[in-house]
Design a protein around this ligand. Structure first.
Ligand code: NAD
Length: 511
């Protein structure tokens, strides 16, 4: 195991345990409820993670609340310099963290480095806080009156993250919250928290003061306690639609600001004039990369008109992908995260067969030599899929592509807009006019033109929409600066003449 010993400690059973971070100290939980962290390629138990007790959750929030008193007044430049150091440390330790991430999550080492890199970019962007957190100023809005805004931190913020990006998604959250002057309590996925903890440890090494960043582990009870605690001001959630909706409702009911990024069903629309080889490469990469466990993975391909004839080539392309443990060189597709996830995906494939879709490529029953116990599913392609089938309506979150054919671009746009999810969509074409029409008429928050996974860089924001999101403001970029701050507007009048006397005015101002 490659995790750093100060976040993981040996217990009597001989299996390492993941610690909590409370008020600057990595501490052993006193919980009686623990879960094994399992390597999805081997079923080896890598460590055990506690489900924190009510008093541990309370202690983490209170530490963050106390730290906010001083952290909120720390100058912007000092906060920025911690982020400058943090980005350098993440870059330096990326190979080690990628190994840990691949071991407990399952993704390939290069993809694990990509996971960390996309988070690192957010930390780099956090270094621009000096210009990102500026207010506005208008001079002389009335006689001798100026108006200006302050962008002030809000207090204790909470982050609840999913298993599929254990580096990128925590890094979407706490660096931007902290650099804005807030304090933070992170609740990583209980399935694969080890690389997240290594990133947290580096944040302390970069100079994040005690209490400013805290970590608790657990499931529903811990999440609910975070959503209801009186001292929590804002909650960032990324995960499934069912849990995200629950967190949004519970947090909102308790007066918190909440952003929930949730499930998806991302379509790729292919026009017959697209660059054929590039498009097939993109579909296979975005459909099967990370074993389909990306919220922006392509899960539906819509072949328009004559591009329906490309199906056999897509199947051939998918067959070239190598399924193996993420730690092995040249692997394209690693295992899915857990036995439960594997069983769920296999159940959905079975449902697709029963519903009458054509199994153009069957990834079930795949055996990987040396990793016979791994949760592997090979690339799977269904054709003749219709919009009423369960495999089309449900987020499968595995290496399964559903292929539909429609006559025209208008039909494709109508199909995509009828789907309740709104995370991402791609169009493959060489026609500028078709691309322009598509970007205008499609009702999806993130659009790729000849780009299969259009996740915006951190100087923009993640803008999934409709059923994929609750709350107005998305993660990272300028939107998250708004989310993690509150605007105070000051209207000020200064008199040149200390003896001025306007008399009593009982009307609302007439300027
Ligand atoms: P999940 O919803 O099961 O878990 C997310 C978090 O919620 C975890 O920290 C988990 O411990 C907690 N949780 C689980 N059950 C809970 C409950 N009943 N009550 C309260 N909290 C609970 O999601 P996951 O399986 O870890 O991640 C996969 C999902 O995340 C997919 O649906 C995927 O599309 C989505 N996702 C969305 C985005 C996005 O930006 N829209 C990004 C990544 C992942």
């Amino acid at each position: 195991m490659s995790a750093n010993p100060s976040t993981l400690a040996s217990r009597t059973s001989g299996v390492a345990t993941v610690k909590l971070l409370i008020n600057g100290e990595f501490v052993d939980s006193t919980s009686t409820e623990w879960r094994d962290i399992v390597n999805p390629a081997t079923q080896d138990v890598l460590a055990r993670v506690p489900f924190a007790t009510v008093s541990e959750v309370d202690a983490a929030i209170r530490a963050a609340h106390e730290a906010f008193r001083t952290w909120k007044n720390t100058p912007t430049g000092a906060r920025m310099r911690i982020m400058l150091k943090y980005q350098a440390l993440i870059r330096e330790h990326m190979p080690r963290i990628a190994k840990t991430l691949s071991a407990d999550q399952g993704k390939t080492i290069p993809d694990a480095e990509g996971d960390i890199f996309r988070g690192l970019e957010v930390v780099e962007h956090a270094c621009s806080i000096g210009t990102l957190q500026q207010g506005e100023f208008a001079e002389n809005v009335a006689g001798s009156v100026d108006t200006y805004t302050l962008r002030q931190p809000i207090g204790v913020c909470v982050g609840i993250t999913p298993f599929n990006f254990p580096a990128m998604i925590p890094l979407w959250m706490f660096p931007m919250a902290i650099v804005c002057g807030n304090t933070f309590v992170l609740k990583p996925s209980e399935q694969d928290p080890m690389s997240t903890m290594e990133l947290v440890e580096l944040a302390l090494e970069a100079g994040v003061p005690k209490g400013v960043l805290n970590v608790v582990h657990g499931g529903k009870e811990v999440v609910d306690a975070l959503c209801m605690h009186e001292l929590v001001k804002a909650i960032s959630f990324v995960g499934s639609t069912a849990v995200g909706t629950h967190v949004y409702r519970l947090g909102s009911e308790h007066g918190k600001r909440v952003q929930s990024m949730m499930g998806a069903k991302n379509h790729a629309v292919v026009l017959p004039d697209a660059n054929r080889e590039q498009t097939l490469n993109a579909l296979a990469g975005a459909g099967f990369g990370a074993a389909g466990q990306r919220c922006m993975a392509t899960s539906v391909v819509v072949l328009v008109g004559a591009s329906a004839q490309w199906l056999p080539d897509l199947v051939e392309k998918a067959k070239t992908l190598k399924v193996n443990a993420g730690s092995e060189a040249n692997t394209d597709i690693g295992p899915v995260v857990s036995r439960a996830a594997q069983e769920r995906i296999l159940g959905l494939i079975e449902a697709g067969v029963k519903e009458g879709a054509t199994l153009a490529l069957d990834g079930r029953g795949i055996k990987v030599p040396g990793y016979e116990k791994g949760n592997f599913i090979g690339p799977t392609i269904f054709s003749d899929v219709t919009a009423d089938m369960q495999i089309y309506r449900t987020e499968i979150f595995g290496p399964v592509l559903c292929v539909l054919s429609v006559p025209t671009l208008d039909d494709a746009i109508e199909l995509v807009n009828r789907n309740p999810f709104g995370n991402g969509v791609g169009l493959f074409t060489q026609s500028g006019a078709a691309a322009r029409k598509f970007q205008s008429d499609i009702d999806i928050g993130q659009v790729g033109i000849n780009i299969p996974i259009p996740v915006p860089v951190p100087s923009f924001s993640f803008t999934g929409s409709r059923g994929s999101k609750l709350g107005d403001l998305g993660p990272y970029g300028k939107q998250v600066v708004q989310f993690y701050t509150q605007t105070k507007t000051v209207t000020a009048r200064w008199f040149d003449d200390a003896t001025v006397n306007d008399g009593v005015n009982t009307t609302i101002s007439l300027r």
